[in-house]
Ligand binder design. Structure first.
Ligand code: AFP
Length: 322
């Protein structure tokens, strides 16, 4: 089985960029080890703090953020980082070529139930026209991403990543501690019968979303002519991994629970990296009518509605929106 570095070299990725990817992955391997120890590693449970999003931080959120942050800031390829758990941009090495954004621990509500969780990351070129500590460093559309990926801490620890070419899947081999290529090229089936959405929010949805989901659950007799099944992991990494593996549509639409926060998912370190992985596997990724990778961000922790996955299902879904 092919290892990560020869695979990346074969894809024409430069040595310096491979070294940066290795830095990110070194931190995720450390997280994977702690996760596999569960209660024994003392990482379960909450802290007394909230992050910039107003969410209570879990111990593993804080630990994962610190591990990734420390390793990236010690890497002289990194000019700045942005994280779900950091209010502002954190400066690395002045003049370095890359900036990195990450969600250190996606799916925090699954930590204490031994469910699927993961780390999502993305790498962009640094901007020379703005200071290293400026949020403008990250005000680039997702199509500028040089690399996008996630590490899923599930029964097996898996890395799904693209450096601009195919979306590839690797599995962490615990015997030698490296990621081995286990699927050369993920391909999202164009049509499916599976959707993922948090139905508990249905009373807060816009009419378009309600109409589409009503049509999904009508079965063979309904306008979509198919009997759909539903899955929801409460961790985007888990849901997107399923979609990348066997197809489906994943949605976190706008809702009116909190007028100040119509959308839940963050553009920079959730929607954009997942959109690149999905598109490079032949799927589609939209925020209602707009292709996610074309969105020019206004702010660091910007939120967007998300509809992504199997191309035909996403096309049908977004046809419901104005
Ligand atoms: P946390 O990492 O804060 O638990 O949030 C996970 C997430 O951002 C995304 O991974 C899930 O798809 C979504 O939130 C789940 O949201 P609900 O809890 O509203 O279903």
């Amino acid at each position: 089985m092919k290892r990560l570095i020869p695979t990346l070299k074969g894809d024409g990725v430069s040595i310096e960029f491979i070294m940066l990817i290795r830095t990110v992955l070194a931190a995720t391997k450390e997280i994977a080890f702690r996760v596999s120890q569960g209660e024994l590693s003392g990482i379960l449970g909450s802290t007394l703090d909230e992050n910039i999003q107003g969410e209570t931080q879990k111990k593993l959120d804080v630990l994962s953020n610190q591990l990734i942050k420390d390793m990236l800031l010690a890497d002289d390829q990194v000019r700045a980082i942005a994280s779900e758990e950091e209010d502002n941009v954190v400066v690395g090495t002045q003049g370095a070529p890359y900036i990195v954004a990450f969600d250190p621990l996606d799916g925090s509500s699954n930590i204490d139930i031994n469910g699927q969780i993961g780390t999502i990351f993305t790498i962009y070129p640094a901007r020379d026209d703005v200071p290293a500590d400026s949020p403008l460093q990250f005000q680039q559309p997702g199509k500028n991403q040089l690399c996008a990926g996630y590490v899923l801490y599930g029964p097996a620890t898996m890395l799904v990543m693209t450096t601009g070419g195919p979306t590839r899947c690797y599995t962490l081999d615990l015997t030698h501690g490296g990621f081995l290529l286990t699927q050369e090229e993920l391909s999202v089936p164009t049509d499916t019968k599976e959707f993922a959405i948090n139905m508990a929010n249905s009373r807060f949805w816009a009419d378009e979303t309600t109409q589409y989901v009503n049509d999904l659950i009508q079965g063979e007799e309904g306008p979509l002519g198919k009997r759909y099944n539903m899955r929801w992991n409460a961790a985007m990494v888990g849901d997107i991994h399923r979609v990348l593996t066997r197809g489906g549509i994943f949605m976190y639409p706008n809702d009116n629970r909190d007028p100040k926060k119509p959308a839940k998912l963050r553009l920079l370190y959730e929607a954009n990296p997942m959109a690149m992985l999905i598109e490079n596997a032949g799927g589609k990724a939209y925020a209602n009518k707009q292709r996610i990778l074309d969105i020019m961000p206004d702010e660091l922790h910007q939120r967007v509605p998300v509809q992504m996955g199997s191309a035909n299902e996403v096309e049908t879904c977004i046809s419901y929106y104005d």
